[in-house]
Every structure is written in structure tokens, then in C-alpha cells.
Design a protein around this ligand. Structure first.
Ligand code: CTP
Ligand code: MG
Length: 372
């Protein structure tokens, strides 16, 4: 029994006011539409996204192959109809990209009800405010009993042919269940979740962030390394070979920037340090390059359940001059660390100390990681 998912993402995000479609707004490590895809992908067989006209290619590139992108319509209902036309599932979930953080769990509970025979299923949460019906003139008309009121969320689930029928006979509603109701169909209500809030204004982004683990378990770490120049050695620094520059003595290829970065990552994740992980009692790492050590560190950090927010490294020494190869160094380090955000800076020390006297090179690194 196959399941399609429609992600409504064709709105312009007027109230958010970012000047770009709301679905393309960044929340932590990805855009709202990418969050929505990630939570539905594990439980559906087909995903169709409605894109604002002109943004089809951009959204398609963001979400990758295998996901259908159609152009949205003038209203949400019109957008959903465009997607419904290509849905192949027996059941269909209709979800708002704006509810980016709705979980896979709520989607599976909706699907479970559909498999149980429900024609339409909606997640809901209790309302906390007293709700009043107000006239155009600005006077209260009535106060419905709050106990019978709920706030409706998405993903909403439907028997696909029932939703097609409802869309064919009714034109507009602010949600799809509304069309089923107007057709006299029964809509089953299940428990929704706070994290499925609809991101409408910039303030909602902060609330959404607090639901990501990113908001709760962030850790920082520091690492330092220094080596003296040695005659006739090649220089390896920040994952790069520096032809014509004198190299440094030291463990492996003597890449002080790479070693400081590994130490910063071990420090942030409480996994020990360079010595305890790659030291003399681990002969398999003898002579390993800085790049290889960063790759190994990245794999250990990932296995321990951490993601890297960013890594910054500062190289201290009179030479080499880092600026002209900064972009290359950033790319080399980022490649070794799974595409992490990297910055590389450099400084001299006004003629003082080992590095200032031109006797060697040092590096200091910091890493910010978060538990996933
Ligand atoms: N949507 C859509 N097609 C439209 C209008 C809205 O697919 N013609 C989608 C939005 O992208 C959003 C969801 O429906 O994911 C709910 O709409 P809303 O939160 O109102 O988003 P926007 O319409 O983008 O925001 P605004 O009303 O502030 O412009
Ligand atoms: Mg809207």
C-alpha cells in the first residue's frame, strides 16, 4: 500500500518578510523544505513538493533526485491540487513546509490511522488561549467552549481518492481536511506536537530552534600544536603541501594546523587528545598525514554522536604566508571533516617567542560541536 506525500512550499512568506519564499529560509543546518523532506522521507514512497513559480530548479537541487517538484498555484489549495495530479499513492499526506519540524513519528501515527480505515486524519493540539468569534465591526459575537477547540496541524493524511473528490467539488479551505468536512466526510483527530508549530514570523524561528538538539547540547573545544623547523623537510600545513618552504620536525607530517584541529575536536567531544588517540601505542598511525588524522578524528567524533558546527584554526608564524592559499586550505580541511564549516587565519608574534624568531610554526584551533 503505497503512500505519497505532498509538501506545500509554494507560499511567498509575506508575513515572515525575508524577501525569499519561506520554504527556503534556513533553520540550523538546512532550509525549512529540507527539514520537511527529512521527516517524511522515512515513511512515504513518493514526495511531491509545490514550489513557487521560478524556484522549481533551486528547490529540486536542494532536495535532490527522486523528489518531484511541481509549480504551485495562487492559493494553498490550488498548489495541493497541482501536486495531487501526479500523486500515485493509495494514501497521501499533505504537509506544510512551514511546519518544518513535525516529526517522523506524527507522520507514522497519521499513516497508521489511514491503514486502520480512516478517510482523513489530522494532528491537533489543545488551544491555550480563549478563542472568540469577532464581528467585522470589532465586537465579540460569541465565545466557544475552549474544551472543544483544538489547533490543527500537518501532516494531514487522506485516502487519495477521497481527497481528489473533495478537491474536485470544493475549491478553497485553509487546510485539506476542511474540504473533506465540507463534503460530509469524517475527519479523525490524533495528538499533534508542539514542535510542529507553523513558522510564520522570524520569532517562530527561535522557538523552532529550541526543538532542535542544536539548541540544547552544544560543546566547545580547544587544541594547540607547535613544531620547530628542520633542515631539508617538506612543509605540510593545513592539509596542504607548501613547495619551497622549510618543513617542521614532529609527529607524522608535522601539520600543526591539522593536529590542533584534531585536538580541538577531541576536546569538544571529550574523546581524549591527539596523544591518547594516535600516540606511540597506536603504531598504525605512525607517519599518518594531517589529512588522514583529521579524517580519522571526524569518523570518531561522528560515531560518538556529534556533528560539527564549525572549526576555526589560527596559524602562528612568520611564514609561510597563508593568505594566498587560504581558500585551498579551507577546502582541504573541510573535505577531511565531512564538509564542515572551517575558517583559517594567520598571525605573527612581533618577533617574540619560538614562532616570532622564525624557529617554527604553531597553531591554535577551536571547535564547536553538537550532540545529534
Ligand atoms: N503554500 C503553497 N501555495 C500557496 C500558498 C501557500 O504551497 N499558494 C504553502 C506555504 O508554502 C506553506 C503552507 O502552504 O508551507 C502554509 O502557508 P503559510 O504558512 O501561509 O505560508 P506562506 O503563504 O508562504 O506565508 P504568508 O501567508 O505569510 O505569505
Ligand atoms: Mg499564506
Amino acid at each position: 500500500m503505497s503512500i505519497s506525500a505532498i509538501i506545500a512550499a509554494a507560499g511567498s512568506g509575506e508575513r515572515f518578510g525575508a524577501g525569499i519564499p519561506k520554504a527556503l529560509i534556513q533553520l540550523a543546518d538546512r532550509t525549512l523544505v529540507q527539514h520537511a523532506v527529512s521527516s517524511l522521507a522515512p515513511v512515504v514512497d513518493q514526495i511531491i513538493i509545490t514550489a513557487p513559480a521560478g524556484f522549481e530548479a533551486q528547490i529540486s537541487e536542494l532536495v535532490g533526485e527522486g523528489i518531484i517538484v511541481v509549480t504551485g498555484g495562487a492559493t494553498r489549495s490550488a498548489s495541493v491540487r497541482n501536486a495531487l495530479a501526479v500523486a500515485t499513492g493509495e494514501y497521501v499526506l499533505v504537509h506544510d513546509a512551514a511546519r518544518a519540524l513535525a516529526s517522523t513519528d506524527v507522520a507514522s501515527r497519521v499513516i497508521a490511522q489511514l491503514k486502520n480505515g480512516a478517510v482523513a486524519v489530522v494532528p491537533a493540539i489543545d488551544v491555550v488561549d480563549t478563542i472568540k468569534v469577532v464581528s467585522k465591526e470589532g465586537f465579540v459575537v460569541s465565545t466557544p467552549d475552549r474544551a472543544s477547540l483544538v489547533s490543527i496541524q500537518t501532516p494531514q493524511g487522506f485516502n487519495t481518492s477521497a481527497l481528489r473528490e473533495a478537491h474536485a467539488s470544493q475549491n478553497e479551505a485553509t487546510d485539506d481536511a476542511g474540504l473533506i468536512e465540507a463534503n460530509g466526510g469524517a475527519v479523525k483527530v490524533i495528538a499533534g506536537e508542539e514542535r510542529a508549530l507553523k513558522i510564520t514570523t522570524p520569532a517562530d524561528l527561535n522557538t523552532a530552534l529550541s526543538f532542535l538538539s542544536l539548541g540544547s547540547d552544544i560543546r566547545t573545544g580547544i587544541g594547540t600544536d607547535a613544531h620547530a623547523f628542520g633542515v631539508g623537510l617538506p612543509l605540510w600545513l593545513a592539509g596542504l603541501h607548501w613547495p619551497g618552504e622549510e618543513g617542521v620536525e614532529g609527529h607524522s607530517d608535522g601539520d600543526v594546523a591539522a593536529h590542533a584541529i584534531c585536538d580541538a575536536l577531541f576536546s569538544a567531544t571529550q574523546l581524549g587528545d591527539l596523544g591518547s588517540n594516535f600516540g606511540t601505542d597506536r603504531p598504525e598511525y605512525a607517519g599518518a598525514s594531517g589529512v588522514r588524522l583529521m579524517q580519522e578524528t571526524y569518523s570518531m567524533v561522528t560515531k560518538a554522536g556529534f556533528a560539527i558546527s564549525n572549526v576555526a584554526v589560527q596559524i602562528i608564524g612568520n611564514r609561510p604566508k597563508i593568505a594566498q592559499r587560504r581558500a585551498e586550505a579551507i577546502a582541504a580541511i573541510s573535505d577531511a571533516l565531512g564538509g564542515a564549516k572551517i575558517s583559517v587565519s594567520a598571525t605573527t608574534t612581533d618577533g617574540m617567542g619560538l614562532t616570532g624568531q622564525g624557529k617554527g610554526i604553531a597553531a591554535i584551533a577551536t571547535a564547536l560541536v553538537y550532540k545529534q
